[in-house]
Design a protein around this ligand. Structure first.
Ligand code: NAD
Length: 260
């Protein structure tokens, strides 16, 4: 029996088989969970549906997290079709490419709003609709990055959004803790995905991270997935409000003389 046997969980944020959410999916499926998914628009449905069907998904619905009406409809369907929810994974972020290429000091109000709305507020928006469907033992996990707490060239407004996401994780954990619901974030090292391609000089970032990490390599989506499965399971019943690093020890080793 897997550590997620008998649990029903949502995994939000698959774009393709390179997505971190797909690594999470495979770990959760292996550990026995019944899974549900969203996709963003018709273009991505073609990619997401076959992936979701390959892990016997019992719920596959459209959801743009920037739209309250769609959020209400999506979680309404979860309530109707599943009745209860044991866990939710939020693996969603977006910023305008230009805002990541240009100088941070030139960030426009609209680019700031968009990045914060989709990459940080959407976790709160999903959590407030997921929590009423959860019993004690419920668990939520979101995906963050070291750029929240340290400056990383090219990460810019997304770093500000991740800082808000990490703070939101702590406040959600405080708020939902008395209901027995846990909320955690995983800070993953760089992984080549669709979203990552928007980050300026991502190749260089990956090289630096591998060189500066204790394991002298980058992490995989499967390694992030395994950590997520643990945090979503009852094995982590005493763990909440934390940022968990899956970055091969990079954040500890920053300052290593090998890193310019
Ligand atoms: P990805 O492109 O595969 O996933 C990002 C997802 O966000 C996509 O599925 C996209 O459809 C979804 N999304 C964007 N706007 C949306 C909206 N309005 N409504 C619904 N969904 C929306 O890339 P990924 O790297 O797997 O990103 C997943 C998460 O992991 C993000 O939060 C990202 O910041 C974080 N992360 C990524 C890395 C990395 O190096 N790839 C490192 C640390 C953290």
């Amino acid at each position: 029996m897997g550590i997620l046997a008998g649990k029903k969980g949502l995994i939000l944020g698959i774009a393709n088989d390179k997505s971190i959410a797909w690594g999470v999916t495979q770990a959760c499926k292996r550990e026995g969970a019944e899974l549900g998914f969203n996709y963003l628009g018709d273009m991505l449905e073609k990619r997401v549906r076959p992936l979701a069907e390959s892990v016997d998904a019992t719920l596959i619905e459209s959801l743009d997290v920037s739209d309250d009406a769609q959020l209400d409809e999506f979680f309404g369907k979860v309530a109707q079709q599943w009745g209860k929810l044991d866990f939710m994974v939020h693996s969603i972020a977006f910023a305008n490419k230009d805002a990541l290429r240009n100088r941070f000091s030139t960030t426009s109000r609209e680019d700031f709003r968009l990045a914060l709305d989709i990459s940080a507020y959407s976790f709160v928006a999903c959590a407030q609709r997921a929590a009423p469907l959860m019993n004690a033992g419920g668990s939520m996990v979101t995906m963050t990055y070291l750029g929240a707490e340290r400056t990383v060239p090219g990460y810019n407004v997304m770093g500000v959004a991740k800082a808000a996401l990490e703070a939101s994780t702590r406040y959600l954990a405080q708020d939902l803790g008395p209901d027995g619901i846990r909320v955690n974030a995983i800070s993953a090292g760089p992984i080549r995905t669709l979203a990552a391609s928007a980050v300026g000089d991502f190749r260089k970032l990956m090289e630096k991270s591998a060189r500066g990490s204790m394991l002298k390599r980058n992490v995989t989506q499967d390694e992030v997935g395994n950590t997520a499965a643990y945090l979503l399971s009852d094995m982590a019943s005493g763990v909440t409000g934390e940022v968990h690093y899956v970055d091969a020890g990079f954040h500890i080793g920053v300052g290593d003389p090998g890193i310019e």
